[in-house]
Design a protein around this ligand. Structure first.
Ligand code: PAF
Length: 281
């Protein structure tokens, strides 16, 4: 496995392999890798001739500067995990390498990027699109892998790829959960032992709501989730929305769509956790 820090070194390394007609897969990450990332990387390795993993904490997607400062940076441990997964390249650029000057590009995929996370984290998806487009331009992957835990991010990136006509396929990969159900996230490392127990209520509620939804309306299911989270000391609901999984628009009835997804964001103490569940697909 090669660890490279510049676009030039990455492209030099990739060009020989591309000449051998190997497909290039990319897994963009911000590091602090866990088993969820490992599953993306293993899939990328198994489906491509070359797997590139980028590790870059992208400043432009943090609307809360405190969150950026606190974001865990664990490149050495990340590289050990990536070597184990069979990645060929780790691309770990500096901020100056990715942003030699201000990036003034504006990406607008409304309403996909204005609802839910887009409403609560203004500018977040613009930053995500800035860095992901730069990574696509640098790596020129045939396939790019993203986790479904960031459900809205996946929808926004698919739309960017469609509108900008990137010649690549976006591969969405299922959420990886702890044995007890908590969705894996780099942020889980910031939970205290007590908070970790409390956070479990998020996935539990989503799973219970799926059963509840089979005999209740959308509005009742919405209320079921809101009440369960509100009744849990230590959790504070930011939003729970039942949406069409393609348009991300709210649904009023289960019959409105064949693809119904519930997206949730909850603060557990100071840690902002997101999760989602499919009711119909
Ligand atoms: O999902 C993430 O970790 C980030 O948003 C991504 C896609 C790597 C862009 O920085």
């Amino acid at each position: 496995m090669e660890i490279v820090h510049t676009i030039k070194d990455l492209q030099t390394g990739l060009s020989a392999l591309r000449a051998q007609n190997k497909t290039v897969g990319l897994v963009p990450t911000m590091g602090a890798l866990h088993a969820g990332h490992a599953s993306l990387v293993r899939r990328c390795v198994s489906e491509n001739g070359v797997a590139v993993v980028s590790v870059f904490v992208n400043p432009t997607q943090f609307n809360d500067k405190n969150d950026l400062v606190k974001y865990p940076r664990t490149l050495e441990a990340d590289c050990r995990l990536l070597e184990d997964c069979g990645a060929a390249f780790v691309f770990a650029p500096s901020v100056e390498e990715m942003y030699p000057g201000p990036d003034t590009r504006q990406f607008n995929y409304a309403p996909l990027d204005t609802v839910m996370e887009g409403a609560f984290r203004p500018g977040h998806f613009n930053g995500v699109c800035q860095i992901v487009s730069k990574l696509f331009d640098a790596v020129k992957p045939d396939y790019a892998y993203f986790g479904e835990k960031d459900f809205q991010q996946l929808a926004v990136i698919r739309e960017m790829v469609r509108q900008m006509k990137y010649p690549l396929e976006v591969v969405g990969c299922p959420i990886v959960r702890e044995a007890d159900g908590l969705a894996l996230s780099s942020r889980n490392a910031r939970l205290s032992v007590e908070e970790r127990k409390i956070a479990l209520k998020i996935s539990q509620t989503l799973f219970e709501s799926r059963t509840f939804a089979t005999s209740h309306s959308v509005a009742e299911t919405q209320m079921f989730v809101e009440k369960a989270i509100a009744a849990t000391p230590g959790l504070c609901l930011e939003y729970f929305e039942l949406v069409d999984g393609n348009t991300l628009q709210k649904i009023a009835n289960w019959e409105d769509t064949s693809y119904a997804v519930g997206c949730i964001t909850v603060f557990c103490g100071e840690v902002r956790l997101i999760d989602n569940i499919k009711y119909k697909e």
